[in-house]
Design a protein around this ligand. Structure first.
Ligand code: COI
Length: 355
């Protein structure tokens, strides 16, 4: 597919002039356009870029009933020379298709994904915020669009990409509570797929944690509630004995692109890493003995978010001051410098669109 197959209808009413870029909140403002392509008769057809607008659908649209939908989250940044840098779009494309497979949805060809993404981000490039800590968040997603309420995979789908200028997901570090009643995902389920159902399952426990005064929770395994899985909407890492500990990927853990980037950089910078099951008991012991040097979440929206307090077994444990957390701070700087084009992109992560 070449770019001239994407029909482009530009908005005549840009919202950019009325957008306050100095006061961005995560996920509240959307750029002017969106990319849309339909899956019908077993093929992707009619790719177009249109003004950002509402979708119309039948009340019987199958996604509304059975949740056949997947999404991704990526970020674009502006380099000092004006080029646009999109971070690891191919890794996100791969994960999107893994999610699609699990949800019985059609895969998106790489060329279609990249062409739609490139044309959209080029057209709305003025929406990439320049303020430090801000970026353009890119939300590709797909949903089942059959007008049919029998339970079966839909035969039609829409794949859409829209973008949103954002600041950080969390304002600073977070207090978390170890969750020992609810689970985010079970082995053999859909936890590794980026699909709405996993987030829906998280809402009640997250709301209850918030009511108790914690920003988020630490998910534990579905069998015993004894091993850590994720943190809120992020992957989870600890530092003990100058070693980064993180749970290994499994069917109940999302394969975070930021997780992979942090582990790759940590390895490159010579830090010790252990990808293994991490028990709640071992972390509580480290907390009791003041051996827990760091705990943080990783994700596209949140990048690295430090955990300042962990609640477990009726007790609040304070973690070391953020400025003492040498490893995660160094990794965050290394990652951001690559994303912003300030450091050598030695792993070939940035997709560059020349200004
Ligand atoms: C992301 O980091 O992109 C996420 O998936 C979090 C999101 C649900 C806001």
């Amino acid at each position: 597919m070449s770019s001239n197959t994407i029909r482009i209808e530009k908005t005549t009413q840009s919202k950019i002039g009325s957008t306050d870029f100095s006061n961005l909140e995560f996920g509240a403002v959307y750029s002017d356009h969106m990319f849309v392509v339909d899956f019908k008769n077993k093929t992707w057809e009619n790719p177009k870029i249109t003004p950002f607008q509402n979708l119309t659908m039948s009340p019987a649209c199958s996604v509304l009933h059975y949740g056949q939908t997947v999404f991704e989250g990526m970020k674009a940044f502006r380099a000092d020379n004006g080029d646009i840098l999109i971070f690891r779009p191919e890794a996100h494309w791969k994960r999107l298709n893994q999610s699609c497979k699990r949800l019985c949805m059609p895969e998106v060809p790489l060329e279609l994904f990249m062409e739609g993404l490139t044309e959209l981000v080029k057209l709305d490039n003025q929406w990439i915020p320049s303020l430090e800590g801000c970026s353009m968040y890119i939300r590709p997603f797909m949903y089942a669009s059959d007008e049919f309420i029998g339970v079966k995979p839909s035969s039609t789908y829409k794949f859409i990409i829209f973008t949103s200028p954002v600041s950080g997901y969390y304002k600073g570090s977070v207090k978390v509570i170890v969750e020992t009643e609810f689970v985010r995902a079970a082995e053999g389920g859909i936890g590794y797929a980026k699909t709405g159902g996993n987030y829906a399952a998280s809402l009640l426990p997250a709301k209850q944690a918030l009511e108790k005064g914690y920003h988020q929770l630490l998910w534990t395994d579905s069998k015993e509630h004894s091993y850590f899985e994720e943190s809120g909407t992020m992957n989870l890492m600890f530092v003990v004995n100058d070693t980064i500990l993180t749970p290994p990927l499994s069917s109940s853990i999302l394969a975070g692109v930021t997780r992979d980037s942090i582990l790759t950089l940590a390895n490159d910078l010579g830090y010790k890493i252990e990808e293994r099951r991490i028990s709640v008991a071992e972390i509580v012991e480290a907390l009791e003995n003041k051996k827990l040097q760091d705990a943080f979440g990783t994700g596209t929206a949140a990048t690295i978010t430090h955990i300042s307090q962990i609640h477990c077994n009726g007790k609040d444990y304070e973690l070391p001051a953020i400025n003492t957390r040498k490893i995660s701070n160094a990794l965050n700087d290394a990652l951001m410098n690559i994303k912003l084009g300030k450091a050598e992109d030695k792993f070939g992560w940035n997709f560059r669109i020349k200004k």
